[in-house]
Every structure is written in C-alpha cells, then in structure tokens.
Design a protein around this ligand. Structure first.
Ligand code: 3PG
Length: 226
C-alpha cells in the first residue's frame, strides 16, 4: 500500500486542489464507509480510523451534516484520504469537491453523473451492478469502479465470473460485506479493496467508543493478503 504522505499534502486547506491519488483501490484493503449523524463525531471517527491503520474515509452524503463533516475532517485530520460517498446527483459531486473531498464514490452511474464526476478532476469510483454497467464505465475511460450492492448483486461469485470476460475492470465491492466475508472478495484478482460500514458501529459511535473503531480498523487493515 502506498504511503498516504505520497499522495496528498499534509497541510491541505479544504478548498485547495487535492493531490492526485495513484489508485483508490490500492490505498487500503477496506475503505470505511461512514454515515455521520452528529457532526461532532466526524473528527474523532476519522482520527480513530487513522490510528487503526486505515487512513481513508468515505463519508456518505446521507445526512444533513455530511458536507460539514467533510469540511471538519479536511480541516482537522489532514492525514486521512477523504472521500465523499453516496454521490447521486451532479450537484453533489461539485458540493463534495468544494467541501474538501479528495475522491468521490457513487452507488450507480448515469451519463450525467459520470460527466459531473469527471468534470471535478477528482478520482472517483462509479457504482456498477451488471456487466452492461461495467462495460459502460469502461467505455467512459475508467477501469476502477464500485460494485454495489455487492452481496445483493451476486457477491464474490459474480466478480469471479466476470474476471475472465471483462479483465480490464477492477472493483471495490461494497454493500453487505462483513469482517468475515471481506477476505473472500480480496482474494479475487479483480478486487483491489472492499468497502464497508462495519468499522463504525452505531452503538460505538453513540458511546464515543473510539478505541473500538480503532480496533476494528486495525483488524481490517490486516486483511490485505489474508
Ligand atoms: C455503501 O454505501 O457503500 C453501503 O451502504 C455500505 O454498505 P454496508 O453498510 O452494507 O457496509
């Protein structure tokens, strides 16, 4: 895994252009997918993930405080690679970039959404769930994508089945993946990393149990090559 200090500035301001990332799929074995309900939990979550050896976060745009959470993490945890997830409209792609996101993740990919994410100049993972969607993303010039919802869309057997006919596509499967099932995805040749929300259990976040988040992150960071 490349050092994150190679891929970004440690003094980035929220509005500065982020440094390019070599490959989103090769940063960490597990990308923490995080839903922030209370703004004041955003920075402690990010710090706990870094402490556990997962210096990447996909902050989902699913709550009213999500963009503020991105701004807070960008300002206070510059050592984390900060992404915005659940980008479902072109406007959200621009808003996430303006807030300080360094990469974008979408659950699906319409032509308009693809165009908007490309226009940001940020690296991004467009969501796919079928072979035709994978081919459409490849046609747009992108070889790295999210596979979502992974478990509901065929899981590791689906990805294994398309690795031979569509070898150019590489995936971050997300959706229904657990600490127990992650390794079966990571063993596939067309999977670089998986995404999951299990690193930030709602009860741990509510209790401010950041040590538990760090512990879960540490176990996930060790999954590479397991
Ligand atoms: C996502 O946004 O990628 C998923 O909702 C995360 O899925 P999980 O909660 O099943 O890990």
């Amino acid at each position: 895994m490349p050092s994150t200090s190679d891929t970004r500035s440690s003094t980035r301001s929220p509005l500065a252009a982020p440094a390019p990332l070599a490959s989103l799929l090769d940063l960490v074995p597990v990308v923490p997918v995080v839903v922030v309900d209370e703004l004041d939990t955003a920075v402690p979550i990010a710090r706990a993930l870094v402490e556990g050896g997962l210096p990447v976060i996909e902050l989902t745009l699913r709550t009213p405080v999500a963009l503020d959470a991105i701004r807070a993490i960008a300002a206070e945890v510059p050592e984390i690679v900060l992404g915005a997830g659940t980008v479902v409209t072109p406007a959200q792609a621009r808003e996430a970039q303006d807030a300080g996101a360094q990469f974008l993740v979408s659950p699906g990919a319409t032509p308009a959404l693809l165009e908007a994410m490309l226009a940001t100049g940020l690296p991004f993972l467009p969501g796919t769930a079928t072979v035709s969607e994978v081919l459409a993303v490849l046609e747009a010039g992108l070889s790295e994508m999210k596979f979502f919802p992974a478990e509901a869309s065929g899981g590791a057997p689906f990805l294994k089945a398309i690795s031979s006919p569509v070898p150019a596509a590489r995936f971050c499967p997300t959706g229904g993946i657990t600490a127990a099932s992650a390794a079966s995805y990571l063993a596939l040749p067309n999977v670089g990393c998986v995404g999951g929300s299990w690193l930030t259990p709602a009860d741990a976040v509510r209790a401010g149990d950041w040590a538990r988040v760090t512990q879960l992150a540490r176990a996930a960071a060790d999954l590479r090559g397991a």
